[in-house]
Design a binder for this molecule. Structure first.
Ligand SMILES: [Zn+2]
Length: 192
């Protein structure tokens, strides 16, 4: 579907819900979630009203993706900036999800890791890769939830993933994003 002002692909997904919402996918596509029987003209009116905002988000996402496709190594200044940003963002996200899940933790450390996105020690210390700030916000959240769930299950058992999906139903999509794009980011960190 094409709507005036939004130059992107729009997919409409109907379900048993009461309200309309628009989500921007990592690739810049827009998914509009709509109630089962809402008339098309109401959806179009919603899109027309929100077109400026949606367009802005789509453009930002596409620009981010273009940035991601760069291959030159990060400079030391860029890595420092990422670490600073990560230290601002990640503890807030950990606090939010830990409270939501009723989970405790100890220290949060931000590292320039070359192999992992995050880890959780048996003592409840959480480590996160500063490169996470270069990923979409929901991908960063998915790693936070993954590590916090290790406070419940120190393994990747079914029970572990059940706990992950319960808090973060979109985990698989984010995990896929990280598998597809993460290696490039890590390569830019190592300069390899
Ligand atoms: Zn794990």
């Amino acid at each position: 579907m094409k709507t005036d002002g939004i130059s992107t692909e729009i997919e409409i997904v109907r379900s048993r819900r009461k309200t309309l919402s628009a989500e921007i996918e990592p690739d810049g596509r827009v998914i509009v979630r709509a109630p089962l029987k809402m008339p098309m003209r109401d959806i179009e009116a919603f899109l027309a009203e929100k077109s400026a905002v949606i367009e802005k988000h789509v453009r930002r996402r596409i620009a981010e993706n273009e940035k991601l496709s760069e291959t030159r190594p990060f400079t030391a200044a860029e890595i420092q900036k990422m670490a600073d940003t990560a230290m601002e963002i990640i503890p807030r996200r950990v606090e939010y999800f830990a409270e939501l899940m009723g989970i405790s933790y100890n220290r949060i450390t931000i590292r320039n890791q070359k192999t992992r996105w995050g880890s959780c020690t048996s003592g409840g210390n959480l480590n996160f890769n500063c490169l996470l700030v270069m990923t979409p916000p929901e991908v960063l959240d998915s790693v936070v939830v993954h590590e916090l769930c290790h406070r419940l299950h120190p393994n990747h058992s079914k029970a572990f993933y059940d706990a992950v999906y319960k808090v973060f139903p979109e985990y698989d999509r984010c995990d896929k994003w990280l598998k597809e794009n993460g290696r490039l980011l890590i390569r830019r960190m190592t300069g390899e």
